[in-house]
Design a protein around this ligand. Structure first.
Ligand SMILES: NC(=O)c1ccc[n+]([C@@H]2O[C@H](COP(=O)([O-])OP(=O)(O)OC[C@H]3O[C@@H](n4cnc5c(N)ncnc54)[C@H](OP(=O)(O)O)[C@@H]3O)[C@@H](O)[C@H]2O)c1
Length: 261
């Protein structure tokens, strides 16, 4: 059981996903987690679980060690200005999840009082399967900060200059993967399955493919070679997808997302 106290400032989509992840692993006591937003009605369900729910960011900061800012980018600097008087160099570590707000801007906003991190998780945090890319200009990542994000999935340290790329690949990537899954399900329905059965087959197939790569560390093409019999139905289908721009569409979409940040 971990005794680190965590404040999630901005209990929206991502803030709630992280909270669910922290709770599902049961490593953090609900009483050690505080979540805020201005309108707290939709957080009532968490209050019932023993989480501290408040619209008061200063209370959340005062009661916590790690402060996670899960706010829209345009709100971050205003909230930092609000909580600045309560930031304690001996206690606090601050993690911003907002894309586009640099470490330099964050450090300036907190007057270099406390260690600052930028982190980019994704909404799979709610099932403990996020990948969180972390950038910092402190010497190393504080173990409590790393543990916090490891409890909702995996972590990887990156250079800050790759933070936009991490947003696209990791956070937007959830949407790309879901659209891929939806397309496979539609194909499955066309060849005879009902939607529920097709979803069950596709979800587990995609999970299995990712798990093989994660556990064995091989390149995807190594596994593809194993299932493409010469002249067989797999290679015929794959090549047809490529003739229609499958890989190209994905790569173009990823680069367009990156340009749009
Ligand atoms: N969604 C993703 O997959 C994802 C992934 C990685 C990073 N991010 C980043 O995470 C951040 C949050 O994204 P999101 O999708 O979770 O946005 P969101 O759903 O809009 O959540 C932001 C929350 O902040 C609250 N808020 C606004 N002003 C506040 C204040 N002064 N004090 C406390 N809470 C305040 C809002 O609730 P009230 O209006 O009730 O206050 C809202 O619920 C963004 O910067 C985004 O770039 C998102």
């Amino acid at each position: 059981m971990k005794h680190t106290k965590i404040a999630i400032i901005g209990g929206g989509n991502l803030g709630q996903s992280i909270l669910k992840g922290l709770l599902s692993k049961s490593e953090y006591l609900p009483k050690n987690i505080t979540i805020t937003k201005r309108n707290i009605d939709e957080l009532e369900v968490f209050q019932k679980l023993g989480i501290n729910v408040t619209p008061d960011n200063l209370v959340a900061v005062t009661e916590s060690d790690i402060i996670i800012l899960a706010l829209k980018p345009y709100t971050v600097l205003t909230v930092l200005d609000e909580i600045l008087p309560k930031l304690d160099p001996k206690r606090h570590e601050l993690v911003s999840l907002a894309s586009g707000v640099s470490l330099e801007q964050l450090n300036e906003a907190v007057q270099n009082k406390i260690p600052i991190y930028r982190a980019m998780p994704n909404t799979a945090s709610k099932v403990g399967e996020a990948i969180t890319c972390i950038a910092t200009n402190t010497e190393s990542i504080n173990p409590n900060v790393e543990e916090c994000f490891q409890s909702i999935g995996s972590t990887i340290q990156i250079d800050e200059e790759l933070m936009d790329a991490a947003t696209v690949l990791g956070a937007c990537g959830i949407a790309y993967a879901l659209r891929f899954i939806r397309s496979m399900v539609q194909g499955g329905i066309q060849i005879g399955f009902d939607s529920k059965t097709a979803s069950k087959i596709v979800n587990q197939t995609v999970k299995g493919a990712a798990s093989m790569l994660i556990e064995e560390g091989n390149h995807p093409e190594f596994e593809i070679d194993k299932v493409t019999t010469p002249k067989g139905c797999t290679i015929v289908g794959l090549n047809e997808m490529e003739h229609n721009g499958f890989s190209s569409a994905l790569i173009k979409g990823i680069t367009k997302s990156h340009e749009a940040i």
